[in-house]
Design a protein around this ligand. Sequence first.
Ligand SMILES: [Zn+2]
Length: 224
Amino acid sequence: MIVRSRHGARRSFGVVIICLLGLAQPAAALGLAGCLPDQARSVETDLRRAKRLTLDAAVAVGDTPDYVRWFGDYTPKNAEIVRANLKAVVVAIRSGAIRVECQAERAAGCTQREYAWVYPGQPYVLRLCPAFFGLPTLHALSPGAQHSDHGTREGTIVHELSHFTRVAGTEDYCYSRTLCKLMAQRDTRRAIINADSYQYFTEDVTYYARKPLADKPPPAAQGD
Ligand SMILES: [Zn+2]
């Protein structure tokens, strides 16, 4: 099965889920392979930020418009599943066991401008394609910025980590904000195990939810 999204192509076949484009060069940092030095630095920052944002998102799970937008009608049982899955992403990052592999431009899994991909049964190897490094970071966007279907680095990390069977075992039932909003209305059962739904919920209840602050520095200047 080949699924295309507005922000890249992601493929799923059997137990392999390829989601989201390196020049091979060993990185000094533990758990990083094939990454250029600047890529390695940014990935470490992105992971740290993704951890905090996902924890915030877990706390924000409730009977709210954001929840309903991405996961459908609220029920305590479904909310508990969503909260547990978000916490599992946090646990995965906290474990320190994530191994990032920066992939080459034409590497398998990165030939259609994908951003990243994983084997769900191979925790926690996160393959990043060159296009990942062209994504904005959530922190770099202006507070209150218009939602983008192109995603963010932190959101992409949430998406990918959620695929690991050991984490949340999510699937790719839909891609893009438009299609995943529709799916939440029509199929709650799938929405709560759909990777993009977790990405967008996390983006919405954390950074995108913030109002522009007058006379105050943007969140990006406030550290991680
Ligand atoms: Zn995916």
